[in-house]
Design a protein around this ligand. Structure first.
Ligand code: ADP
Ligand code: MG
Length: 583
């Protein structure tokens, strides 16, 4: 065969190419480079870290720390691949530092222009540069003890990666989120972060509670701290009303390392499942301290996940701790402080009211039997009008957990309705209908509200102001990062505009770059409808429940909510008989 005469098709790649390939895995975007640098500063024992980015981190990233620093010879090693001071033993079993692979500086150096100046306490300062993989000599330099790392022109040497970057704004947002998470994971360390010359946060070393309040959950969050079999789970759980459209408000941390771990994410979702709508994300700071031998941190190129030896136990502990925190501390919640909203709108009618006693009995006949369930979850029965045959969803007879309506149909069937899901669908359908008829009817605010948002989010909303106006939401620019809200869709009632805008911005961010609102109209309407809807946890009068059932009967697509979950379940007499084995 002639193939034997050809040059071998398989070749060993040159080191520079190997480095660039690896760089793509470790440093996927500016946020990842920034994270690696801040992690190095933390590993070096810094007490104060100053980080800044320019042009979304693509133009420049700079991180200065007052940690242990590096000597000249150490600098020369630090920028080489697989050179690390952090693995004492080579079996990867006990990893107590954030870094351990010795890849970050080499990867950044392969993809960008890297300059490091460092000084050990009592030693001389030295500097080194790496430009697209080309390493300079170590030179004497001037500088305070600690390390200053400057990265410029990220991905200039790896154009393939550069092509996949999002807008400067999204990269800046991602970078900010990364530093924010590390700052939350190490509250004792002072942190300053700025973007394009503007300081976004500047915190002294402080207790976790203060850091969480400043950087994650301005609404009073509930502290928890539990330990079982040597695993400690602690942190802060924000009330359900603070839930957001994405997981950006979640800090999940294992032994000081922020992770995006699926086991922990699921545990948080399960813990909050009964109190927030599906598709929403709780705001929590969840920190786990566990014997390093009980986890494997070497399972993800960017170290974003860990593997727990006993994932079930950790999951159980997290769910339990969060649930207990929510049950114990969530009682007198009241409406959250409308974060970032500077107007004095009437209080939204859709927030969770203070909880009342667990069981309330309205119909005298039930009194005796119920009372024996003093600790049962909230359920109350109401005086029901006899169900009429033309109403397939029947007549409301009770509300359970302040969330589900129990109704009885004329044919004796049992109907369970999720009040939030149902109302959300009705609001969604009405808005869609108004839109089709020429535009969603808007209600001007007596006092226009000013909502402060991260700059990127404000801009992405304002870019779509015209489309939003057709959805009844009138917004205008109001200076850097601020949006003026002039009118809301009338159907939403007295909704707090700040969480609404934040959610819409999160929703748009999830679509990816530059997508026009018109392409995702239904999603935008769904997001809005969620805000104007009766929340789970709101007590309804009998007449309100019946009115909801009647509207559901008259509304197309009423059987599923905007997120595709069912709004009601119906059990016929024969379903019930089957379930009880009578048939
Ligand atoms: P890793 O953190 O996995 O060891 P890096 O490439 O990030 O790999 O860093 C290589 C080495 O350089 C580290 O092990 C550490 O010894 C040194 N180093 C990096 N950044 C700093 C810093 N800010 N202060 C002190 N030493 C540092
Ligand atoms: Mg590192």
């Amino acid at each position: 065969m002639s193939a034997t005469l050809e040059r071998p098709r398989i070749r060993l790649l040159p080191d520079a190419t190997i480095d660039r390939i690896a760089a793509g895995e470790v440093i996927e975007r500016p946020a990842a480079a920034l994270r690696e640098l801040v992690e190095n500063a933390l590993d070096a024992g810094a007490r104060r870290i100053v980080a800044s980015i320019t042009g979304g981190g693509i133009t420049a990233i700079e991180v200065t720390d007052d940690g242990g620093g590096m000597s000249g010879p150490e600098l020369a090693l630090a920028v080489r691949r697989h050179a690390t001071s952090k693995l004492a033993d080579d079996d990867l079993v006990r990893i107590a530092t954030l870094g351990f692979r010795g890849e970050a500086l080499a990867s950044i150096g392969a993809a960008a222009r890297l300059a490091i100046t460092s000084r050990r306490p009592g030693g001389e300062a030295a500097s080194i540069t790496v430009t697209g993989g080309v390493v300079s000599d170590v030179r004497p330099a001037a500088g305070a003890p600690g390390t200053r790392v400057l990265v410029e022109d990220l991905f200039f040497a790896t154009p393939a990666r550069r092509k996949f970057l999002k807008s400067t704004r999204s990269e800046a947002d991602a970078a900010q989120l990364a530093v924010r998470r590390l700052a939350l994971a190490a509250p004792g360390v002072a942190f300053r972060f700025s973007n394009d010359g503007e300081t976004l946060f500047d915190r002294p070393g402080e207790p976790l509670a203060q850091r969480v309040a400043a950087l994650l959950a301005p609404q009073a969050a509930i502290a928890f701290d539990e330990e079982r079999d040597g695993v400690r789970v602690h942190g802060f759980a924000a009330p359900p009303a603070a839930a957001r459209a994405t997981a950006a408000g979640q800090l999940l941390c294992v032994n000081g390392r922020p992770v995006a771990d699926p086991v922990l994410r699921t545990a948080v979702r399960v813990a909050y499942r009964d109190v927030i709508a599906a598709g929403r994300h709780a705001v929590v700071a969840l920190l786990i301290e566990i014997d390093p031998e009980s986890i494997d941190v070497n399972v993800h190129p960017a170290k974003a996940e860990v593997r727990f030896r006993d994932a079930e136990a950790v999951r159980g502990l997290v769910i339990g701790a969060l649930r207990r925190a929510l049950a114990g501390g969530a009682r007198p919640l009241g409406p959250p402080v409308p974060m970032g909203s500077r107007s004095f709108l009437p209080r939204p009618a859709t927030l969770v009211p203070p909880r009342e006693p667990a069981v309330e009995v309205v119909r005298p006949g039930f009194a005796e039997a119920r009372l024996s369930f003093a600790a049962a979850p909230a359920a109350r029965s109401i005086e029901a009008v006899p169900p009429a045959a033309e109403h397939p969803l029947g007549a409301a007879v009770a509300q359970v957990l302040d969330t589900y309506i129990v109704a009885v149909a004329a044919d004796g069937g049992l109907v369970l309705v999720d009040q939030h899901a149902a109302h959300e669908r009705l609001t969604h359908e009405s808005m869609a209908e108004q839109f089709r008829a020429g535009g969603v009817i808007s209600q001007p605010l007596l006092l226009p509200a000013v909502v402060d948002l991260p700059e990127g989010q404000a801009a992405s909303l304002l870019e779509r102001a015209e489309a939003f106006a057709r959805l009844g939401l009138e917004i205008e620019p109001f200076g850097r990062g601020a949006v003026l809200v002039r009118a809301l869709p009338a159907l939403l009632g007295a909704t707090d505009p700040a969480p609404l805008l934040r959610d819409l911005a999160d929703e748009i961010a999830a679509w990816g770059e530059g997508l026009a609102l018109d392409a995702r109209l239904d999603a935008a309407i769904a997001r809005m409808a969620c805000h104007g809807s009766i929340r789970a946890g709101r007590r309804l009068a009998g007449a309100e429940m019946d009115a909801l059932l009647r509207r559901m009967e008259a509304t197309p697509r009423a059987a599923t909510c905007s997120h595709g979950r069912p709004t009601f379940l119906k059990f016929s007499r024969s379903d019930l008989e089957k379930m009880f084995g009578r048939q």
